[in-house]
Write a protein that binds this ligand. Structure first.
Ligand SMILES: NC(=O)c1ccc[n+]([C@@H]2O[C@H](COP(=O)([O-])OP(=O)(O)OC[C@H]3O[C@@H](n4cnc5c(N)ncnc54)[C@H](O)[C@@H]3O)[C@@H](O)[C@H]2O)c1
Length: 375
C-alpha cells in the first residue's frame, strides 16, 4: 500500500500577475502535495480577486506578520516587487517556513547574505524562482554537457532581447535601483544567464557595458557582457528591453556539438536542438535528443523539485551558493560595466560598493548623484 503524500500548508505573499499566472497553476498541479491556506496583499481589490479565483477558503490578509502569526504556513511563495523580497523572506524564515521567492531574490549580495544568515538561524530554506532550469530540455542538456558527451564547451551566446514600452515602466517600482534592483540585467536577462551558468558551471571573469538608451529609468535598459568560464569557455551575454524582434536564446558550441535553445518566456523539449560536428557519427548524435517526456520550464516544474527536497529534508535546488552565484554574476556585470574594468569571481566582498548595491554608488548611475545632477 503506497502512502499518500504529505500536503504542505502554503501561503502566498503578493497576488499580482506572477502569483496568479505562475504560482497558482503550480499549486493546482501539485494539489496532492500542497494546500493553499492563505494569501497576503496590501491591495484589497487584488486580494479579493485572487481569493475569488483560488477559493474563498483561502484566508486573506493585508499584513505579512499577521498572516505568519495566524497561519504558521510550511511554505511561503513570494511574488511582490523585488525591494520587499529580503524583508518578507527573512520574516517567513523566522516563522519557520520554507520560502520560494520570485527573482531577483533580493537587491544586493549584502541582502543575500542577510537571508543566508536567517536561513542558518531558522533551519528552513529560501530558494529563488528560476523556472527555466527545471524544464526537461534544460535538465537533459545539463546532463549531456556535464557528462562530456558533447565534448568540451568552447563558445556560448546568451541572449535576452525583449521589448518593453513606456507603459511598462509606468509601474512605480520598475526601472529603479531601490525597488527593482536594476534594469534588464536584474529583471529580465537574469533568467537566461542563470540557465547559462547552470549549464556551464563556474565563471571566472566578466567584462561588460551598460547603457540607458530609450527609457526614462534610473537603471540601464541594455547591457552586454563577455564572460570567461572556469572551464575555459568564452561567452557573450546580452540583456535588452529594446528589441522589437523578441527572443530568448542560449547557444553552446562544444567540441562535438552545438546545443541551442530558442524560446521567449518558457521552453519545451522541441525548443532545444543538437547539431553534431562533422566528425560525429549519426547514431551517436541521434541519442542526444531530449527524451519524449516533456516537462516545460515552469513554476510547476520548480515547485515539484522544492517539494521533493522538503520531503527529503534537504536543501532545495535554486538556493544557497547556487542562487548566490547568479546574483554575484549580476553584481559583477554591473561592476565591470560601471568601472570599465574586468571583474573576477569572488572579488565583490563586504566593503566593495557593488556588494551593497548593483549601481555601486557610481556617480553616473547612483540615484542620489543623478538627482543632484538634475536639480
Ligand atoms: N519568474 C518569472 O517569470 C517572473 C515573471 C514576471 C514577474 N516576476 C517577478 O515577480 C515579482 C512580482 O512581479 P509581478 O509582475 O507579479 O508584479 P505585480 O505588480 O503584478 O504584483 C505584485 C503584487 O504585490 C503586491 N504587494 C505590494 N506590496 C506588498 C506588500 N508589502 N505585501 C503584500 N503584497 C504587496 C501588489 O499589490 C501586487 O498585487 C517581481 O519580483 C518580478 O520580477 C517573475
Amino acid at each position: 500500500m503506497s502512502l499518500s503524500p504529505v500536503r504542505r500548508r502554503v501561503a502566498v505573499i503578493g497576488t499580482g500577475a506572477i502569483v496568479s499566472g505562475g504560482h497558482l497553476p503550480a499549486l493546482r498541479a501539485h494539489a496532492d502535495r500542497t494546500e493553499l491556506v492563505a494569501a497576503v496583499d496590501v491591495d484589497q481589490g487584488r486580494l479579493d480577486a485572487f481569493r475569488a479565483a483560488a477559493g474563498e477558503h483561502v484566508a486573506g490578509f493585508t499584513s505579512v506578520s499577521a498572516m505568519l502569526d495566524a497561519v504558521r504556513p510550511d511554505l511561503v511563495l513570494i511574488g511582490t516587487p523585488p525591494s520587499l523580497h529580503r524583508e518578507q523572506t527573512v520574516a517567513a524564515l523566522k516563522a519557520g517556513a520554507w520560502v520560494l521567492c520570485e527573482k531577483p531574490l533580493c537587491l544586493s549580495l549584502a541582502e543575500y547574505d542577510e537571508i543566508a544568515a536567517a536561513e542558518e538561524a531558522s533551519g528552513a530554506y529560501a530558494s529563488v524562482v528560476f523556472q527555466h532550469r527545471y524544464g526537461s530540455g534544460a535538465v537533459h542538456a545539463r546532463e549531456l554537457i556535464a557528462s562530456g558527451e558533447l565534448g568540451a564547451p568552447l563558445v556560448a551566446h546568451c541572449q535576452t532581447t525583449w521589448h518593453r514600452d513606456a507603459a511598462y515602466y509606468a509601474a512605480p517600482w520598475r526601472g529603479r535601483w531601490a525597488t527593482e534592483g536594476g534594469g534588464p540585467t536584474m529583471g529580465h536577462g537574469i533568467h537566461q544567464y542563470d540557465l547559462l551558468l547552470h549549464l556551464l558551471g563556474e565563471w571566472d571573469e566578466v567584462r561588460a557595458m551598460a547603457a540607458r538608451l530609450v527609457h526614462d529609468t534610473e537603471s540601464e535598459d541594455v547591457s552586454t557582457a563577455l564572460v570567461r568560464f572556469c572551464n575555459g569557455a568564452l561567452a557573450t551575454v546580452v540583456n535588452s528591453v529594446l528589441s522589437p524582434d523578441e527572443v530568448s536564446r542560449i547557444r553552446v558550441d562544444c567540441a562535438d556539438a552545438t546545443v541551442e535553445l530558442t524560446h521567449l518566456y518558457g521552453h519545451g523539449n522541441d525548443d532545444w536542438s543538437y547539431t553534431p560536428a562533422r566528425h560525429v557519427p549519426a547514431e551517436r548524435a541521434a541519442a542526444w535528443r531530449t527524451p519524449a517526456h516533456d516537462v516545460p520550464s515552469s513554476h510547476t516544474a520548480q515547485l515539484g523539485t522544492l517539494l521533493d527536497a522538503y520531503d527529503a529534508g534537504a536543501r532545495p535546488p535554486g538556493s544557497g551558493q547556487q542562487a548566490r552565484g547568479t546574483l554575484e554574476f549580476a553584481a559583477a556585470l554591473y561592476k565591470a560595466a560601471f568601472t570599465g574594468r574586468p571583474v573576477r569571481a569572488g572579488e565583490i566582498v563586504p566593503g566593495d560598493p557593488f556588494y551593497e548595491a548593483m549601481h555601486g554608488g557610481h556617480p553616473d548611475w547612483a540615484p542620489e548623484e543623478r538627482a543632484e545632477e538634475q536639480a
